[in-house]
Design a protein around this ligand. Structure first.
Ligand code: GLC
Ligand code: GLC
Length: 652
């Protein structure tokens, strides 16, 4: 950042000049709505210094910096004027109560509209279902216009302002957002801002030879620079192709394509790109999107000689987007999707960057603990790595639409006596079912023969053993799988943060292998857990013995218990020693309420000693809120295979 005195001197001057010009351009609107303009200028004043210094640091060296600055403020002003009244009211509410999303009543759900309800119109019919589950934020997977055929499940966007016509229209989406908001459900959408599809208007104009649009992407005439960059880059989809550059015949140039060859990385060192994407972001916010999942945040800035992931400028860009959102759409929250090393994940989580973040470390380590039956690595990592700023929160999930990668830290593993390389191999063998005695049925994803890397695909139920148990028609194995699934869900619901349910997992959806018949999908095993299957908890359902019914109702019950516990308000998580390598124990505490959560990750009964319980305030016993059962004074806590308790202390 430039020295403070420099910013102090120049920021207000620049803003004065810019506001005069913007006011002039928007005078017709402003004279009709003077209060709206007043609100805007107040907020610009609040956030200007930050926005100005960030943009100056990123783009100040450009000869036309001031022009870009002015255009950015203009876009923000225009967008604020156009913002629907109900969203402005929501903005005001959330400015007053900035911690609203930290509440224990928050529960997320995520789905693909086309797979879940065919289209947006039909999605409305399912609001009852979402409410039954207790969902308060609904993430719709990318539903924008995309190329036909392979489009990376919607992550190759051809137009951020158009919905895939098979799914609906932008107007329908905006209506849906308003309806959901009335029902107490926030709408979350992806901001796929690292790349566009090769069919996006910008990419087409680049291909038509327009230099201004070629500058939107990273293009190269020959292999000289690509070869240099390539030395430090990792292949994200190594089974699809190797290398991060794609030859384009129309332009006779190499295009930077980190993911698939039809996903062109945007060039954020060009202020036009920042400006254009800021406009798309504010457009989405004005449709009623209040949570934006920042897709592939790690990759947005390139620097020769580095892996081109997690560069400092990536943070500056997100911070600048954040400042703009604060000005023109204050209700908007960012959720970081950085599936990278835990040290890097944490860096995106700050109030001026992303208030929400996926918790990939917890996710991966839960599966690690389930495979080994031991909690030492999970315990170590949670003690050392789970802390984030108080104004932020984790989004805890068991799996998502993507694969599971073993992103734990190697030194953490060594610290608890685990060889990281061998352990990853074991976990991959375990979850692909190769390991003798494994209960899991997962699919390998993106094996890289150069370094042995592999990730795992599969649904919660299949990975936790239900698919195999059902195939064996073995009631005992089924019972174990049910317990594992419930244990994992209890963890997701009780760790600090917002639980996020991948819809389908609430009723125990199994892997779906039909993707193998679709040539556009068969090379991408993530489709095994992106199934079209749906199940409805209908009131008239008589067959309450089905596993689906059991899973669904247990989920509803657990969510209900969570929502009633002020102790589960975000933050306030204290790890406690369980004295048993199979038991993972922690305390949640808030507003005078204290809950001890103990989880048995082993397939055998385990026990936590009475003196340990006494040392953390449970000497007089405790009441388990899950099974409504009481442990007695000075007794050890005995937990059956895969059992968990949420214990309230008993005070005598
Ligand atoms: C993110 C998405 C993933 C996609 C990639 C490229 O990691 O979650 O599904 O393939 O970005 O957009
Ligand atoms: C993301 C992640 C990677 C993930 C991929 C999509 O960028 O970094 O781990 O596998 O996208 O599958």
């Amino acid at each position: 950042m430039p020295p403070v005195h420099w910013t102090d001197q120049h920021a207000p001057k620049a803003l004065d000049r810019i506001l005069n010009r913007v006011m002039h351009d928007l005078s017709a609107d402003i004279s009709q709505h003077p209060q709206i303009w007043q609100d805007f200028t107040d907020r610009v004043q609040d956030h200007w210094r930050r926005l100005f210094s960030l943009l100056h640091e990123l783009y100040g060296w450009q000869y036309d910096f001031f022009y870009h600055l002015e255009q950015i403020v203009f876009t923000a002003a225009r967008s604020w004027i156009d913002r629907p009244a109900y969203l402005k009211a929501l903005d005001a509410e959330r400015i007053k109560q900035p911690d609203w999303f930290q509440s224990q009543t928050m529960v997320g759900g995520v789905l693909y509209v086309d797979l879940f309800s065919d289209n947006l119109a039909r999605l409305k019919e399912h609001i009852v279902y979402f409410k039954k589950l207790g969902i308060t934020y609904l993430h719709l997977m990318p539903l924008f216009a995309v190329p036909h055929g392979d489009n990376d499940g919607g992550y190759a966007v051809s137009d951020y302002r158009a919905i895939n016509p098979d799914i609906g229209t932008m107007d329908e989406l905006a209506q849906m957002a308003a309806i959901l908001q009335k029902e107490g459900i926030d709408l979350a959408l992806d901001f796929v801002f690292n790349h566009t599809s090769n069919e996006h208007r910008w990419a087409r104009r680049a291909q038509a030879g327009e230099a201004d649009f070629q500058a939107y992407y990273h293009l190269f005439d020959d292999r000289q620079l690509p070869d240099q960059y390539q030395q430090n880059l990792r292949d994200i989809f190594p089974t699809v192709r190797q290398g991060s550059f794609t030859w384009n015949e129309e332009m006779h140039k190499w295009v930077w394509t980190t993911f698939n060859s039809y996903q062109w990385d945007l060039n954020y060192s060009n202020p036009d790109v920042f400006r254009a994407m800021a406009a798309e972001m504010l457009f989405l916010a004005n449709q009623g999107v209040t949570i934006l999942r920042l897709d592939a945040v790690a990759f947005i800035w390139k620097r020769l000689g580095t892996a081109c992931e997690n560069q400092p400028e990536a943070h500056l860009i997100i911070q600048a987007f954040n400042a703009l959102a604060n000005i023109a759409a204050p209700a908007l929250l960012f959720k970081s999707e950085a599936i990278v090393h835990p040290d890097e994940v944490i860096k995106y989580i700050r109030p001026d960057e992303c208030r929400l973040s996926y918790n990939p470390t917890l996710m991966a380590l839960l599966w690690e603990a389930l495979a080994t039956g031991e909690v030492k690595l999970l315990d170590y990592a949670m003690r050392h790595r789970n802390r984030i700023p108080q104004e932020c929160t984790w989004v805890n999930y068991l799996r998502c639409h993507d694969d599971i990668g073993w992103t734990f830290d190697d030194d953490d593993a060594r610290a608890v006596g685990i060889d990281p390389v061998g352990h990853r191999r074991f976990l991959n063998d375990f979850y692909t079912g190769k390991f003798q005695g494994s209960f899991a049925k997962g699919m390998p994803f993106q094996f890289n023969p150069n370094n042995g890397d592999l990730r795992i695909s599969g649904t919660l139920a299949s990975l936790a053993g239900l698919e195999q148990a059902l195939a064996a028609e073995n009631p005992q194995l089924i019972e174990m799988a049910v317990r594992r699934i419930n244990l994992m869900r209890s963890m997701m619901l009780s760790m600090s943060g917002i639980p996020l349910i991948y819809l389908g997992d609430e009723w125990g959806m199994l892997n779906d292998y039909t993707y193998l018949d679709d040539p556009a999908r068969s090379g991408d095993s993530r489709w095994v857990h992106r199934s079209r299957r749906r199940w409805e908890a209908r009131e008239d359902l008589t067959d309450a013995d089905t596993l689906q019914w059991r899973f669904f109702n247990e989920m509803v019950r657990l969510v209900g218990i969570r929502k009633n516990l002020p102790a589960f308000y975000n933050g306030g998580l204290e790890m406690v020693p369980s004295g048993n390598p199979h038991l993972f124990a922690f305390v949640r505490q808030n507003q005078g309420q204290r809950i001890l959560i103990v989880n048995n990750f082993s397939d055998h009964p385990q026990s936590m000693a009475a003196d340990l319980l006494a040392s953390i305030g449970y000497g007089q016993g405790g009441l388990d809120l899950i099974a409504d059962w009481q442990i007695q004074t000075e007794q050890p806590l005995d937990l059956d295979a895969y059992r968990f308790v949420w214990l309230k202390p008993v005070q005598k």
